[in-house]
Design a binder for this molecule. Structure first.
Ligand SMILES: NC(=[NH2+])NCCC[C@H](N)C(=O)O
Ligand SMILES: [Mn+2]
Ligand SMILES: [Mn+2]
Length: 336
């Protein structure tokens, strides 16, 4: 397999020898083709769900296999197909804990992946890539009652996704963010699109009214200062036993356009989810996360599951199953 350079592409150097307008025309065609495939799949799934009738909200998977904005390992680029495989794994069944049927297209459909590597191979930079991700999210939201459930990717993808959701709905949302890290550095290691800076971009843009960060246990002084600056509600693991009754009975989204849930798999203790880039002991149990989700009172308009790194998973794909179950239970939360 070819190597994916951190912020480069396989043969970007050769693109420099080609006339600029020629390259740009080609890039536009590839962007259009990528968006067309997502648009047409979303239309098809939207039509199907509307024809079946009775669904007010229906989750639709959108994969964003992007790993190059990680400050450490790039493996999350390979997560979406592994998560899909685990969602439909024969070792389990299609019923969620609270009784929703995942094999009913009114509950769950899939519009495929944004072709991130193909776009980057055409020399498309991150400014444009982020716009393409936002555009893809909006194409899903265009097809009522579909709601995007995004499969990452590293955590940098939450910025273009939340931005799209807020722009499409015409106002801010409340964001419930489960993570070991606050990901709110102004600019991490010189990269404003870093997975460690996505929530700074979200707060600056005014896309979130409230941001609740839960599971935090690796936070620097900048993380705390930025949190204060943006009025973020940071719930740290060292106080989880005290905060538990509150966090397991949340009511969010009143007076705004809805609630967005972003789950970084490393919010979980590595005992439950070893397949992540940033192993950080002392985290949430899987049941803690489910209690928070199941008891949350909210109109969940979109969500993401990010930072699963298949290259660090156990041989039996335990973390893939964990990520998949998070997706399944989010599906149940979104669909109605
Ligand atoms: N999305 C993530 N997993 N972010 C991890 C960021 C880690 C970074 N080294 C920090 O100090 O916070
Ligand atoms: Mn994160
Ligand atoms: Mn994290």
């Amino acid at each position: 397999m070819m190597n994916i350079g951190r912020r480069g592409v396989h043969y970007l150097h050769t693109l420099n020898n080609v006339p600029k307008n020629l390259t740009e025309k080609g890039q536009s065609r590839v962007i259009e083709a990528s968006l067309t495939l997502i648009r047409e799949r979303a239309k098809l799934k939207g039509e199907l769900v509307r024809a079946l009738g009775g669904a007010k909200a229906s989750s639709s998977l959108l994969g964003v296999p992007l790993g190059h904005n990680s400050s450490f390992l790039q493996g999350p680029a390979f997560a979406p197909p592994r998560i899909r495989e685990a969602i439909w794994c024969g070792s389990t069944n299609s019923t969620t804990e609270e009784g929703k049927q995942l094999d009913d297209p009114r509950v769950l459909t899939d519009v495929g992946d944004v072709p991130v590597q193909e776009l980057r191979d055409c020399g498309i930079d991150d400014d444009r890539l982020m716009n393409i991700i936002s555009e893809s999210v909006k194409l899903v939201m265009e097809e009522d009652p579909l709601r995007p459930l995004v499969l990452g990717g590293d955590h940098s993808i939450s910025y273009p996704v939340v931005r799209a959701v807020s722009e499409k709905l015409g106002g801010p949302v409340d964001v419930l963010h489960l993570d070991a890290h606050p990901d709110i550095y102004d600019c991490f290691e010189g990269n404003k699109y870093s997975h460690a800076s996505s929530f700074a971009r979200i707060m600056e843009g005014g896309y979130a009214r409230r941001l609740l960060q839960v599971g935090i246990r690796s936070i620097t002084s900048e993380g705390r200062e930025q949190g204060k600056r943006f009025g973020v509600e940071q719930y740290e693991m060292c106080k989880f036993s005290k905060d538990r009754p509150f966090l397991e009975n949340l009511k969010l989204g009143e007076g705004v356009k809805g609630v967005y849930i972003s789950i970084d798999v490393d919010c979980l203790d590595p005992a439950f989810a070893p397949g992540v880039s940033h192993i950080e002991p002392g985290g949430l149990s899987f049941r803690d996360v489910l209690n928070i989700l199941h008891n949350l009172q909210a109109d969940v308009v979109a969500a993401d599951v990010v930072e699963f790194n298949p290259q660090r998973d156990t041989v039996d794909g335990m973390t893939a199953m964990v990520a998949a179950k998070l997706v399944r239970e989010l599906t149940a939360k979104i669909s109605k």
